[in-house]
Design a protein around this ligand. Structure first.
Ligand SMILES: CC(C)(COP(=O)(O)OP(=O)(O)OC[C@H]1O[C@@H](n2cnc3c(N)ncnc32)[C@H](O)[C@@H]1OP(=O)(O)O)[C@@H](O)C(=O)NCCC(=O)NCCS
Length: 168
């Protein structure tokens, strides 16, 4: 019998290409029809292998969900960027490849991201997502987040509401 290994681990430089592919597929799936096509394409194209290599070496931690050698999703984690919020940590991004969604991997990855912030002595954390991303808002609510703050993002003159979920 074969054992399928699932591992959540910090990314290394060799993961950059696979993360960029995961990013492209997840963003197209999550945002096509929501974010204007031109803005979405530009955001995706900006983040190729080189961008991710740099991100992996940068101040934020990039975690990956590695399923038997395939990068199924990633999370980026670091210090909260919004001074007005009474939390110290932030999960900047959490994205699963579409074919790996809904099977519990996002929960695993998010749990590791939160553990990492706690181990760095961060008190509380925030994660932002678009209000219209229904899967994401449901996911963060069911994982214990409270949508306590909101903001607006402008994508090629289309203004979309974002929600900040706070976790204690
Ligand atoms: C939001 C996201 C990260 C969640 O990850 P995921 O792996 O799909 O989430 P999980 O599988 O852990 O949980 C999702 C749902 O599937 C259910 N689920 C968990 N294990 C399951 C399984 N084995 N089989 C079927 N469903 C399952 C969970 O109960 C959960 O339901 P709930 O939200 O109603 O509680 C992912 O769907 C995603 O990448 N979405 C697009 C990107 C996005 O919007 N990201 C947020 C912006 S930062």
């Amino acid at each position: 019998m074969k054992t399928l290994s699932i591992d959540v681990r910090p990314a290394d430089s060799q993961d950059a290409l696979a993360i960029s592919e995961t990013h492209r597929l997840a963003w197209q799936n999550a945002y096509a029809g929501l974010i204007p096509h031109r803005a979405l394409t530009a955001m995706i194209e900006r983040r190729g292998r080189g961008w991710w290599s740099k991100a992996i070496r940068g101040p934020a931690t990039v975690l990956v969900a590695d399923v038997a050698g395939t990068i199924a999703g990633y999370a980026t984690v670091g210090l909260n960027r919004a001074n007005a919020l009474p939390v110290e940590g932030e999960v900047y991004e959490l994205y699963m490849r579409p074919e790996y969604q809904g099977i519990g991997l996002g929960h695993m990855l998010f749990g590791e991201a939160r553990r990492l912030l706690k181990s760095l002595k961060c008190n509380g954390m925030v994660v932002w997502c678009l209000e219209d991303s229904e899967n994401a808002t449901r996911f963060f609510r069911s994982n214990g987040g409270v949508d306590a703050v909101e903001g607006i993002e402008d994508f090629d003159h289309v203004r979309l509401k974002k929600l900040g979920f706070i976790f204690k």
